[in-house]
Design a protein around this ligand. Structure first.
Ligand code: HEC
Ligand code: HEC
Length: 283
């Protein structure tokens, strides 16, 4: 097993580049104002796995990095503006908007993104932000649930994320969330697909190396939603996971599925201490 994974990785990794990989030493300050923690000591639960957490921003080219440094250059911010309109728009049988209950998004949603996914006592489940938003839509507005990781849902997630930019990610992994966290951890380290590769084989053992033409990062999700130049839209965490699982030639899960919620909780916790960065810009 182990040998097979190593051969698969060896075949995928590009020949060493003239300039070795690794993360760069640039500093991320957005709008000359918001200082981002893009490198920090790993939380205790990663002892023996990672020493330092590094945002995916450090593994991108200068051009891509620059797009994230100013909101006017960040195409993800266009979706944030659209979501501002959605926030104010009444919908559903109750004739209510998000703003009717929550007021100013700047006030009410500050710090929220940093602690999601989060256990919800009433529902006795771990909820992602999108699950929570859809619960408000269905049970409080009498409106239809938004499609997961798409259109209005991902734009609203970006708007809510902006209210926490710069704050450290800090999801709870103990108490009632622990069982789901353990499930996510198990998924992270399980080799899958014809290539028999786990998330860790690429994002823990080989970050800084090039895989095909791509500079491998730690696969952190503090920057999500991520505007990808590749598909010119905001991408959700689950859609990103789906692409990576498919790349190992394994059967993948659906965005919004309980399995991906567990994986999101675990992967978010691997970034506890990095700044909330979404919407980020990636290739
Ligand atoms: C009728 C009132 C109402 C409307 C309309 C409403 N919400 Fe909520 N929302 C609530 C309540 C009440 C809670 C707390 C629910 C809980 O803890 O179970 C909440 C919780 C949330 C949270 C979690 C906050 C946290 O600190 O964990 C988010 C995010 C959220 N709503 C987003 C939205 C969005 C986006 C919309 C519009 C699409 C919306 N809500 C519409 C009443 C509303
Ligand atoms: C075969 C190697 C490989 C495997 C296995 C793999 N990924 Fe990736 N992943 C990549 C590459 C290549 C990229 C694009 C470059 C980058 O951001 O690291 C990427 C990107 C990502 C990103 C985006 C990071 C950012 O900053 O935008 C996330 C999140 C991610 N992967 C999570 C996962 C998870 C979770 C798993 C396991 C289910 C996984 N990956 C498995 C190769 C892999």
């Amino acid at each position: 097993m182990k040998f097979k994974a190593l051969t698969a990785i060896a075949a995928l990794l590009a020949a060493p580049m003239a300039i070795a990989g690794g993360a760069d030493d640039d500093t991320l300050i957005i709008n000359d104002e918001i200082e981002m923690i893009t490198k920090t000591a790993a939380p205790a639960h990663l002892d023996g796995a990672l020493d330092e957490l590094i945002s995916g921003w450090h593994f991108r080219t200068d051009n891509t990095q620059e797009m994230e440094m100013d909101d006017f250059d960040n195409p993800g911010m266009l979706f944030v503006e659209q979501a501002m309109d959605t926030w104010e728009t009444a919908e559903g049988s109750e004739g209510k908007s998000c703003a009717d209950c929550h007021g100013d998004v700047e006030e009410s949603m500050k710090g929220v993104k940093a602690v999601y996914p989060k256990w919800n006592d009433g529902a006795e489940e771990v909820r992602t932000l999108q699950m929570q938003m859809n619960d408000c839509r269905v049970s409080r507005m009498g409106a239809e649930a938004w499609k997961y990781d798409a259109g209005k849902a991902i734009a609203m997630e970006a708007l809510i994320s902006v209210q926490s930019r710069g704050m450290p990610v800090n999801v709870a992994i103990d108490g009632p969330a622990q069982a789901m966290w353990e499930q996510g951890k198990e998924m992270y380290y399980t080799r899958t697909g014809q290539l028999e590769l786990s998330c860790a084989n690429c994002h823990e053992d080989n970050y800084g190396n090039y895989i095909r033409a791509d500079h491998l990062s730690q696969g952190q999700i503090n920057g999500f939603p991520a505007y990808r130049l590749k598909n010119a839209k905001l991408n959700g965490v689950h859609s990103r996971f789906k692409g990576c699982v498919r790349d190992t030639r394994a059967e993948t899960y659906k965005p919004g599925s309980a399995d991906f919620v567990a994986l999101e909780l675990y992967v978010t916790s691997r970034g506890n201490g990095l700044s909330v960065e979404g919407p980020s810009v990636r290739n």
